[in-house]
Design a protein. Structure first.
Length: 232
């Protein structure tokens, strides 16, 4: 992607997983794997299981992800550099990109698009968990150094003629943070923000959400839309 990455740089006594440059600006990045909270899954002796998600903090995937992201954003804030988190989904026990969206926005991007004055229309009692990027009760924003969060999911393709892993990513931008240029990860679908009024924002999806990537033997990235009927 021509981002000139540097792995495990030493910055202000911290060692993020990587840093990269785009449009003359340096960004820090951390890559980590998140899992469904243990309290939300149950396995049975016959090999089956069940999973659930609630608005209780200890039973919420969005709440767990929001706490993880808050910790990382606060950790790197003293560097003065914008930060991007890469969140890999570690299981499929109803854990998905929508949980990352709720962790940031308090709801999914589709639900945000139905709000007339986001985020002012969203009170905290409507968002008992998640909503890391929402303003506090005094209207103040926090974690402005968190430029974007990239939800990532490795999965096995259904294409039996070309078996292997495919990568689905969704780039979720922070409307108040240091902007991450769209072209940085332009191969993947992104949720960007358009200002619709004073401190009012509308989400926009840049491309088909079904776009996935495959790494070729020569180190290139191939991206195409993917559905069960058009698996590649």
């Amino acid at each position: 992607m021509k981002l000139s990455p540097e792995f495990e740089p030493q910055i202000a006594g911290l060692t993020p997983d990587l840093s990269f440059k785009i449009a003359g600006k340096r960004f820090l990045g951390d890559v980590y794997v998140t899992h469904s909270p243990l309290k939300t899954i149950r396995d049975f002796d016959d090999g089956t299981g069940e999973a659930w998600d609630t608005s209780r903090p200890d039973e919420s995937r969005a709440n767990k992800i929001a706490n993880e992201l808050a910790y990382k954003a606060e950790k790197y804030e003293p560097t003065g550099l914008p930060f991007v988190a890469f969140v890999f989904l570690g299981d499929h026990r109803i854990l998905g990109a929508r949980d990352v969206e709720r962790a940031l926005f308090g709801m999914t991007a589709v639900e945000v698009s139905l709000e007339e004055n986001f985020p002012n229309s969203v009170s905290r009692d409507r968002v008992p968990v998640g909503g890391l990027l929402l303003p506090d009760e005094d209207g103040n924003y926090h974690h402005r150094n968190l430029s974007a969060v990239i939800s990532c999911d490795w999965f096995d393709t259904l294409n039996r003629q070309d078996q292997g892993k495919r990568l689905h990513c969704l780039v979720l931008h922070n409307w108040t943070g240091e902007p991450l240029p769209e072209k940085a990860f332009g191969l993947f679908p992104q949720i960007i923000w358009n200002q619709s009024g004073q401190d009012a924002w509308e989400p926009e999806q840049t491309t088909n959400a079904n776009r996935v990537a495959k790494f070729t033997p020569d180190g290139e990235i191939e991206c195409r839309d993917y559905t069960p009927d058009t698996a590649w």
